[in-house]
Structures are given as structure tokens and as C-alpha cells.
Design a protein around this ligand. Structure first.
Ligand code: GLU
Length: 463
């Protein structure tokens, strides 16, 4: 396999960062943040892109701006006790990492999943800084969540958990301070319970304190669809830069949550054939294309599994419990489930099957070695920071509507989302080209996001 020109630049750093300064910054981060592999991975990926910036602007090292951006402004961890329906008491752990507020209030979702720990929330918060900077909007970076597992819990249990979680978290929030939203395990139902408890505790109807709200009480049109739609629009832009479009492409999607569902819907609207979705139990291969109305009914209404989809869909769908969706031949792959779900082996299979584009709907779903392999094979690769920024960008539009006590139409909001994705694509494309790595959207996103946030930090003094 011959390396494409955009990755040749990075080959020399495969066993370390390109400059001794970056290497020692990274060693210090490893030393000070032990046992947080996902955070280390997210930091390393950004540092790997920064050598050309430091070549051009060595003064950034003196200002210690890299060390500053890698250190959260504030880290909050708290106890979340709650009672299940049988009266049994449970204790979970709550997190909110208020990572960077140079560009606006901390902004980022809450994840409720048993895999959540400090390192996971820090990786997500770190990614969010650059993602939010890329949107060009006034939003800083933050992330939170809990190791609470909502699977199999009743509505009443989820409500009690959310109320206990918000009872503590409310001290740190505010429309000008910190504005959470959803992520894995946190959707419209949870945002409702969290908003209710915040309102009750603070005695304020402060719509802009949470995004992803219901449409009848301050939510924005198109927020539900935004992350998945945005990723498909970003993919379409990347394909267009190569003279192609989504029409007729065979697409595989992983996951079956909010991001996956609306990626499938948008890809189909653009004429693609989407043949898979998945959950932790297995995946569905549907030759006729995923019936998105049926998938929504099963996942959004019934909180069911993709195995239920296969059962109800009939002959065209197969439920597979061995292997992964990446085994299915495709032109476009949209990992939309969770971190590190697409590894080197999977990337090799995708390349062997002739994949043209991979774009991250989830946060950091592709392992570093898989990204490298895909890029070296000439596959166009959209990093999550850029490709899935449509969700948080539409959250910023929700905040804007809340501040103006306005409610925009679906068409107007979707138009703004589309423009934002085109702008992010152009920013990444142009930045990569300017730094001598044309077509490398990873470098483009990291450099553009880094420069916007650190320029703001530098202008604001030693903060
Ligand atoms: N959790 C989403 C993300 O990863 C959305 C965050 C938000 O809307 O604040 O970007």
C-alpha cells in the first residue's frame, strides 16, 4: 500500500511526536493523568497535528498554551444516590468537566452509560473544545455524565436518578456558565426530567440552561435530527470535493441511537442505500435498505433492540451476532455508536471491500491505527470533531432562540445547520491545504479548532 501525499508528512512521527517540545508536553500529560487511556488518545491525536502550527508560531510554546488547553478549567465529581422501584438504594458517580470557556459557556452533552469514568468524560470534554470552536459559534467545551445504566430501568427510576443528579449539578450550571445537552443514554426524556429539577431548585425558567428540550417548551426544531443529518451533509461535502455524491452509495451505519437513526434518514434522502444498524447485541443487515420508520418505532417509542427490528422487518433483514457492520461491503461507513468501535482489523476489511469514505458520527469511534490505515489507503476520512459538530451547532441555535424568546421553523433551522456543515468542511479543507497536508481533514479540524480557541485564550491573558 503506497502512502497518499496527505499522510506522508506524519509518517516520521509514528513512534512519537515530531518535536521534542510536543513529546515532553505529552509525557507530562501522561504522568499527570494516569489511568485515562481515552483522554491520552484524544490528546495525542490533536498534538500529532500541531507541528506545522508550532513551526509557524513558536511563541505558542512560551505561552504554554498547549499545556493550558489540555488542563480542564474545573473538574466536578459527585455522588448520585437514588432508589429503584423496589426501594433499593443505588450509588452512582456524576461528572462534569468544565474544560474551556474561552469562546463561550461550557457546552457539551451528558452521557449515562456504565462505561463512563473520569478519563472518558475528559476525552469527550477535550474533543468538545475543538468541535465547538469549529462551529464558529460562542460555545466553550465541557462534558459530563454518570456510570448509571438506564438499560431496563423504568421511567420512574430514570426520573429519580435525573433528579438526584441535577440536585448536585445545578450548582454549576447556568445559561451563561455551563449548558449541558444529551449524549449516549440521555435523550428527550432525560433532558425533560433534568430541566424540571433545575427549574424547581433554582425557581428560574431559564430555557438556555439545557439544550435538546422538547419542542413545546423551548426546544429547537431539527435538534433531534442535527447530529446525524450533519454527518451525512459533511460526508456529502467530502465526496463532492472528489467529484462524487451520496446518490446510489452503499452505506453502513453502526449504532441505533439518535445519531445512527438520523444518519440513516438523511443518507436515504440523498439517495444512498443504507443497509445496516447495530447495538451491543449484534447488527442488522437489511438488503432492501433500513426501514427508518420501523427503526424509530422500535428504538424511540419502544426502547427495543435491533433484534426486534430484524424480527419485524421480514425476509430482507438478517440479525447477525458475530462480527461487526464493517464486514458488510460498502462505499461509505458512518461509525455512529461509541469510541474505538472501528479498529485496525475493521479498517483493513473496509479497505479491502473498496470503501471510499469514513465519517465519524460518534466521538472518536475510529482507533488511531485505523485512521492511519484508512488515510494511507486514500480513503477520505471525516473526524468526529468536524463531522458530528452539527448536533452541538444546532444546540447553539437553540440557545440563540431561547435568548431571543424565538422559535424558528424546521426549514430555517435546517438551512443554518447545512450552512454550518459546509463552512466547517471548507475550514478543514482550506486549513489542511494551507499547512501542506491537502485532504487531511484530521489535521485541518485539529489545527483550525486549536487556533480559534487558543487565539481567544491568548487574547484574554494568562487564563
Ligand atoms: N453530545 C453531543 C456532542 O457530542 C451534543 C452536545 C451538545 O449539544 O451540547 O457533540
Amino acid at each position: 500500500m503506497s502512502p497518499s501525499p496527505q499522510t506522508a508528512y506524519y509518517r516520521e512521527q509514528e513512534h512519537g511526536l515530531r518535536t521534542p517540545e510536543l513529546n515532553s508536553i505529552y509525557s507530562e500529560i501522561l504522568r499527570r493523568n494516569p489511568g485515562e487511556p481515552e483522554f491520552h488518545q484524544a490528546v495525542l491525536e490533536v498534538l500529532e497535528s500541531l507541528a506545522p502550527v508550532l513551526d509557524a508560531r513558536p511563541e505558542l510554546l512560551d505561552a504554554r498554551v498547549i499545556e493550558r488547553v489540555c488542563e480542564p478549567e474545573r473538574q466536578i465529581m459527585f455522588r448520585v444516590p437514588w432508589q429503584d422501584d423496589s426501594g433499593q438504594v443505588h450509588v452512582n458517580r456524576g461528572f462534569r468537566i468544565e474544560f474551556n470557556s474561552a469562546l463561550g459557556p461550557y457546552k457539551g452533552g451528558l452521557r449515562f452509560h456504565p462505561s463512563v469514568n473520569l478519563g472518558v468524560v475528559k476525552f469527550l470534554g477535550f474533543e468538545q473544545i475543538f468541535k465547538n470552536a469549529l462551529t464558529g459559534m460562542s460555545i466553550g467545551g465541557g462534558k459530563g455524565g454518570s456510570d448509571f445504566d438506564p438499560k431496563g430501568r423504568s421511567d420512574a427510576e430514570v426520573m429519580r436518578f435525573c433528579q438526584s443528579f441535577m440536585t448536585e449539578l445545578s450548582r454549576y450550571l447556568g445559561e451563561h456558565t455551563d449548558v449541558p445537552a444529551g449524549d449516549i443514554g440521555v435523550g428527550g426524556r432525560e433532558i425533560g426530567f433534568l430541566f424540571g429539577q433545575y427549574r424547581r431548585i433554582t425557581n428560574r425558567w431559564e430555557a438556555g440552561v439545557l439544550t435538546g428540550k422538547g419542542l413545546g417548551w423551548g426546544g429547537s426544531q431539527a435538534r433531534t435530527e442535527a447530529t446525524g443529518y450533519g454527518n451525512v451533509l459533511f460526508t456529502a461535502e467530502m465526496l463532492q470535493a472528489r467529484g462524487e455524491d451520496m446518490e446510489g452509495q452503499q452505506v453502513v451505519v453502526s449504532g441505533s441511537g439518535n445519531v445512527a437513526i438520523y444518519s440513516i434518514e438523511k443518507a436515504q434522502k440523498l439517495g444512498a442505500n443504507v443497509v445496516t444498524c447495530s447495538d451491543s447485541g449484534g447488527y442488522v443487515m437489511d438488503e432492501k435498505g433500513i426501514d427508518v420508520a420501523l427503526l424509530k418505532e422500535i428504538k424511540e417509542v419502544g426502547r427495543g433492540r435491533v433484534s426486534d427490528y430484524a424480527e419485524r422487518r421480514g425476509a430482507s433483514a438478517r440479525y447477525v451476532t458475530t462480527g461487526q457492520v464493517w464486514d458488510v461491503p460498502c462505499d461509505v461507513a458512518l461509525p455512529s455508536a461509541t469510541q474505538n468501535e472501528l479498529d485496525l482489523d475493521a479498517a483493513q476489511i473496509l479497505v479491502r471491500n473498496g470503501v471510499k469514505a469514513v465519517s465519524e458520527g460518534a466521538n472518536m469511534p475510529t482507533t488511531p491505527s485505523a485512521v492511519r490505515l484508512l488515510q494511507e489507503a486514500g480513503v477520505v476520512f471525516g473526524p468526529g470533531k468536524a463531522a458530528n459538530a452539527g448536533g452541538v451547532a444546532t444546540s447553539a441555535l437553540e440557545m440563540q432562540q431561547n435568548a431571543g424568546r424565538e422559535s424558528w421553523s424546521f426549514a430555517r433551522t435546517e438551512e443554518r445547520l447545512g450552512q454550518t456543515m459546509r463552512d466547517i468542511h471548507e475550514t478543514c479543507r482550506e486549513t489542511a491545504e494551507r499547512h501542506g497536508v491537502p485532504g487531511d481533514y484530521v489535521a485541518g479540524a485539529n489545527i483550525a479548532g486549536f487556533e480559534r480557541v487558543t487565539d481567544a485564550m491568548l487574547a484574554q491573558g494568562v487564563i
